[in-house]
Design a protein around this ligand. Structure first.
Ligand SMILES: Cc1cc2nc3c(=O)[nH]c(=O)nc-3n(C[C@H](O)[C@H](O)[C@H](O)COP(=O)(O)O)c2cc1C
Length: 158
């Protein structure tokens, strides 16, 4: 099994989730977990699993991840299990009403990322994941790294 986890992270929370996912997918000989700035096109060849992760920023993924997704050649993910995840802030009773409306309209980073991977030919069997941070800079909500590992194991099972 060959897997690649590519992530972007500003405050380190998405990086923690990406590493938990990488570890759960398989041993280091089989799994590469790389920040988007270090990910190279050649790493896409011969892949069984590709996971892309980003913090949700202004309802979207980061420009780095957008660029990475754009550069994946059309059709090149045929036969690859793909999914995407983001980190995000939860909607609570304190979330201002206008923001709730915006979130309903524009959502989070992961779902459109997963759709892009699917459009490039990838097999999207495990729905995009969203992992919760308790504030802009974190920390991750308790239990999220364990939940991320469970999510990754679902992917590895295909
Ligand atoms: C400029 C900015 C925009 C953000 N926009 C959103 C957003 O639209 N939705 C959301 O849930 N969280 C939003 N957040 C919170 C980020 O999701 C949070 O900072 C991120 O998950 C932390 O991950 P990181 O440590 O990997 O950077 C935003 C944060 C910043 C700084």
């Amino acid at each position: 099994m060959k897997a690649l986890v590519v992530y972007d992270s500003v405050f380190g929370n998405t990086e923690k989730v990406a590493k938990a996912i990488g570890e759960a997918l398989g041993p280091p000989e089989e799994v590469t977990t790389a920040p988007v700035g270090e990910a190279r096109q050649e790493q896409l060849s011969g892949l069984d699993v590709l996971v892309v992760g980003s913090p949700t920023r202004a309802f979207k993924c980061t420009p780095g991840i957008t660029g990475f997704l754009k550069r994946i050649p059309a059709g090149s993910l045929k036969g690859v299990q793909v999914s995407a995840f983001d980190t995000r802030i939860p909607v609570t009773g304190k979330t201002p009403g206008f923001l709730k409306v915006m979130i309903k309209l524009f959502g989070y980073a992961a779902e459109p990322m997963a759709k892009t991977l699917q459009k490039k030919g990838g097999n999207l069997k495990v729905a995009a994941g969203g992992f919760i941070v308790e504030g802009t800079e974190g920390p991750l909500k308790e239990g999220e790294l364990e939940r991320a590992a469970e999510w990754a194991k679902e992917l590895a099972a295909y």
